[in-house]
Design a protein around this ligand. Sequence first.
Ligand SMILES: [Zn+2]
Ligand SMILES: [Zn+2]
Length: 219
Amino acid sequence: MPYSGRINVTIGETQLKEVEYFGEAIYSPVRRGKTGWGMAIEVPAVIEMIRLVDEGKTSADRLVRLLESVAENIRTDYGEDEEGETPWGADCPSEGCTVCDGAKEEFAALAARTHVERQRFQDPDNYPYVRGKHTLHRAACSEAQRGIGSRSPDWTRNEAQDLRSFAHEHVTNSGWATHMTMLTPEDVAQWIATRTGPRGGAQYKLCKICRPSIPQART
Ligand SMILES: [Zn+2]
Ligand SMILES: [Zn+2]
C-alpha cells in the first residue's frame, strides 16, 4: 500500500525539516531495481540539497549515500524487508512479469467500466442516480462524486503503475477504478425491486446526505 510521511534530513550543519516523502506510489520502469525505486521526496528539498552540495557543505557522493540510506531506512520502517532482503522492485521485472500479465484482462475490464461510469456521470439528465454496494445517491451528491472519482472520463494516472499495484497489491486506486454505478430511474426501480424482500424488507440504504427519492417502476 502507498505510504507517506515527513523526515528531518541533516546535511552538514543544515537541517532540512519535514521533508515530505512517499513510497509505493511511483514506478518508472526505467530505473527498476535501483535503490529508492518506487519512492519520492519533494522537489524543493532536493533543490536545497543540491544547493548545499554546490556551496560545498557536503559532497555529491555523501549526498548520494545519505539519500540511499534515507530510502533504505524508510523502506525498513514500512516493513518491506520483513521476509529478508528483497531488492528494490524485484517482485516485478520490468518486462514479462507473469503477475502483471495475468491481471491485464481484469484491469482493462475494470478501467473500461470506470470509463463508462464517468461518461455517464457527465450526463445527469439520463443518469440522475448513483449507487455503491448498498447505498443509493443522487448523481449530484458529494459522496457520489467522490465515489465515481475523477470528473474527466479520460483521466488516467499512469497505466503501467496502476496495473502493477493492481496486480501485485490488489490496489484499485480511485484514479482509475470506481466501484459505483450510474443508474437511470428505470435501473433504480429494478435495483430496488431486487433488493426488497418478499415482506417489504429493504436490503438497501438511501444516502442521508442527498436523500434520493425512489422513482416508481413503470409497468
Ligand atoms: Zn508485475
Ligand atoms: Zn448521497
